[in-house]
Design a binder for this molecule. Structure first.
Ligand SMILES: Cc1cc2nc3c(=O)[nH]c(=O)nc-3n(C[C@H](O)[C@H](O)[C@H](O)COP(=O)(O)OP(=O)(O)OC[C@H]3O[C@@H](n4cnc5c(N)ncnc54)[C@H](O)[C@@H]3O)c2cc1C
Length: 96
């Protein structure tokens, strides 16, 4: 195999790096010590931050996230029997 880059680990970092390099025309090989079933079956993220979402879109791998993802515009803190809303989108100029 002829490749310029070897990436160790098929976690989110390794896979996204592989995709970004592929998009830039750079060949890679990703080496993973676990089985594909293990990697696909483990829980890695339930919530993605705005920057991650934008990077996934930029990399061209956001189809499933865009189709199935639930968008959060804010969160609520529960404290001393009170609900304290934090309107994230409002406070950040529309980020989600
Ligand atoms: C239960 C849980 C919930 C989470 N929820 C969120 C969330 O909601 N939002 C969020 O942003 N983050 C979340 N995280 C954190 C997120 O999963 C990590 O930040 C992310 O997985 C880190 O990615 P990584 O590729 O750097 O490392 P990893 O995901 O750890 O991947 C590293 C990979 O390298 C492989 N590897 C290691 N050493 C070798 C070797 N010597 N040779 C070959 N392969 C090797 C490992 O098997 C693994 O597959 C969560 C994590 C867990 C555990």
């Amino acid at each position: 195999m002829n490749t310029q880059v070897a990436i160790i680990g098929a976690g989110p970092s390794g896979l996204l790096l592989g995709q970004l390099l592929h998009n830039a025309g750079i060949k890679t090989v990703i080496l993973e010590r676990q089985t594909p079933e293990y990697v696909l079956g483990r829980i890695r993220a339930g919530i993605l931050e705005n920057g991650t979402v934008e990077l996934l879109r930029e990399a061209g791998v956001s189809r499933r996230m865009d189709a199935e993802g639930l968008i959060h515009h804010g969160v609520e803190f529960l404290f001393a029997n009170q609900r304290i809303p934090v309107p994230l989108s409002e406070l950040t100029g529309g980020k989600r």
